[in-house]
Design a protein around this ligand. Structure first.
Ligand SMILES: Nc1ncnc2c1ncn2[C@@H]1O[C@H](COP(=O)(O)OP(=O)(O)OP(=O)(O)O)[C@@H](O)[C@H]1O
Ligand SMILES: [Mg+2]
Length: 247
């Protein structure tokens, strides 16, 4: 049985007096890989940050599940936009950095176990960076740093992945592999994935559904709302092409 992990209702967001999001409603369930698209400035990043409570929305209801499908405490991982620009002088090695992804689970003072290390290895292998594990973070290219940030997220083994343009800087092969991995995480392990992307065409084959933020026509503001919420994968039973919020 799928669970709704994130449910956003009638969310509006203002920067000062200017609304950038109006009356947005959507939800993300376990077992699905959902993409979020819209032009530059369509408030995609703002929407996910407001949905997670990182910035506070003026209006709307946000509910986040307390438990995952196994009845354990729900864990969320948020990968911000342009994570790869972190300090080139970052002192730790690739492996240390990815291992630090296990800390929220264990607490800072708990010893890293063989199980942790197995997760770290698997995570680094899944992004093709195991061979580079002893390199310093500062020695990596932008695309490699992005892959390491993703490996760290995999190592933390979240239930809900919230990803803001995670494939920026990746080549075509890495990008497709990443989409396959997220599809697998959702369909085989019941994870929920919300991914902002500008790459809607390529990701279509792997994602279940797309949420598109479109500019409100009648508004004097550069204000965006959910335009459509389409099922992309044919294997899903319920098809909802309806507009979720008034445009
Ligand atoms: N801190 C802020 N103060 C005021 N306005 C902001 C702030 N952050 C973002 N905005 C504005 O809100 C709108 C949405 O920005 P946001 O970064 O959410 O867009 P986006 O869809 O993620 O764009 P991109 O595709 O370029 O990443 C833009 O018009 C932006 O200028
Ligand atoms: Mg953005």
């Amino acid at each position: 049985m799928a669970l709704t992990y994130l449910d956003v209702k009638n969310l509006s967001f203002f920067f000062d007096a200017e609304p950038v999001l109006e009356d947005v409603s959507y939800s993300i369930n376990s077992g699905e890989f959902v993409t979020l698209t819209g032009e530059n400035g369509a408030a995609k990043s703002t929407l996910v940050r407001a949905s997670l409570g990182i910035i506070r929305a003026k209006q709307g209801n946000i509910s986040i599940a307390k438990k995952n499908i196994k009845g354990k405490k729900l864990r969320i991982s948020y990968l911000p936009q342009q994570i790869a620009s972190f300090n080139a002088g970052f002192p730790s090695t690739v492996k240390e950095f990815v291992t630090s992804g296990r800390y929220p689970r264990n607490g800072w003072f708990k010893k890293t176990t063989a199980h942790d290390l197995a997760h770290v290895e698997q995570s680094l292998r899944s992004v093709g960076m195991w061979d580079q594990r002893d390199k310093r973070m500062g020695e990596l290219s932008g695309g490699q740093k992005q892959r390491i940030a993703i490996a760290r997220m995999f190592a933390s083994d979240p239930d809900l992945f919230v990803l803001d343009e995670p494939t920026t800087g990746m080549d075509d092969v890495s990008r497709t592999e990443f989409y396959m991995l997220m599809h697998h995480a959702a369909h085989k392990h019941g994870k929920a994935v919300l991914m902002i992307t500008h790459d809607a065409d390529d990701v279509k084959a792997f994602a279940d559904r797309n949420i598109h933020l479109a500019r409100k026509q009648a508004s004097p503001w550069r204000c965006f709302s959910v335009h459509d919420n389409q099922e992309l994968a044919t294997q899903l039973e319920s098809h909802s092409d309806k507009e979720v919020a008034g445009v």
